[in-house]
Ligand binder design. Structure first.
Ligand SMILES: NC(=O)c1ccc[n+]([C@@H]2O[C@H](COP(=O)([O-])OP(=O)(O)OC[C@H]3O[C@@H](n4cnc5c(N)ncnc54)[C@H](O)[C@@H]3O)[C@@H](O)[C@H]2O)c1
Length: 171
C-alpha cells in the first residue's frame, strides 16, 4: 500500500509496482494529520485484510538556517511531518499490527538522527533526533499493558527500528 500527500506520486508508484507484476493500492495521506494516519491503517485493513508492516518514510528537509533565523511556522511544519508524523503513524499502526499477529515498523531517520552538521537545519535535526528517541522508546516498551504482561506479549508485538541514510548521491 502506498500513501503520500501528492496523489500524482501515489499513482506513479502504484502503476510502477503493477507494471512490475506486483499488487498495490494507494490512498492520499498527510502524515501531519492524526485522522489521515488512522484512515491509512483502516484502508490497509479493508484492502488487504490486516496489517503487518509499515514504513514511515515521508520527510521534509525544512529550512537550512540557524535556529535564531528560522521561521517558526516552518519549524512547526517540519516537526509536524518529520516527528509528529512518525508518532501519529505508529500510534495508528502498532495496535493493529499486534491485533493481526505481529510484524514490524521501520522509521526513516537520517544521519541527522545522530549528529548535527553545518547545514544548520535545526528543525530537521531536532525532529530526526526525536524520531530516533521515539523508535528506541517504542522498542523498549513494545506494547500496551504493564509489567510481566507487557513482556510476555513481546513475541507477538511489532518490532520497530529506524534506518538512518546519509545524503543520496543523485543529481
Ligand atoms: N535523500 C536523502 O539524501 C536523505 C538522506 C537522509 C534521510 N532521508 C530521509 O528519507 C526519507 C525520504 O526522503 P527522500 O529523499 O526520498 O525525499 P523526497 O522528497 O524524494 O520524498 C519525500 C516524499 O514525502 C512526501 N511528503 C512530503 N510531505 C508529506 C506529508 N506531509 N505527508 C505525506 N507525504 C509527504 C513527498 O510528497 C515525497 O513523495 C525522508 O524521511 C528523509 O528525511 C533522505
Amino acid at each position: 500500500m502506498v500513501t503520500d500527500i501528492d496523489p500524482t506520486g501515489i499513482d506513479n508508484v502504484v502503476q510502477a509496482i503493477m507494471a512490475a507484476g506486483g499488487d498495490a493500492a494507494g490512498i492520499r495521506q498527510d502524515v501531519a494529520s492524526r485522522s489521515d494516519a488512522v484512515a491509512a491503517v483502516d484502508f490497509a485493513v479493508q484492502t488487504y485484510g490486516g496489517l503487518h508492516y509499515a514504513v514511515n518514510n515521508a520527510g521534509v528537509g525544512g529550512q537550512m538556517e540557524a535556529l535564531g533565523e528560522t521561521n517558526l511556522d516552518a519549524w512547526e511544519r517540519t516537526v509536524a511531518i518529520d516527528l509528529n508524523g512518525v508518532a501519529y503513524g505508529m500510534h495508528a499502526q502498532l495496535p493493529v499490527i499486534e491485533q493481526y499477529g505481529g510484524g514490524a515498523v521501520v522509521n526513516i531517520g537520517s544521519i541527522h538522527s545522530t549528529v548535527a552538521t553545518t547545514f544548520g537545519h535545526s528543525a530537521y535535526t531536532a525532529a530526526k533526533h526525536g524520531l530516533m528517541g521515539l523508535t528506541r522508546q517504542v522498542w523498549t516498551t513494545p506494547s500496551a499493558g504493564s509489567g510481566s504482561t507487557r513482556w510476555a506479549r513481546r513475541t507477538s508485538t511489532p518490532r520497530c527500528c529506524a534506518a538512518c541514510p546519509r545524503r543520496s548521491s543523485r543529481a
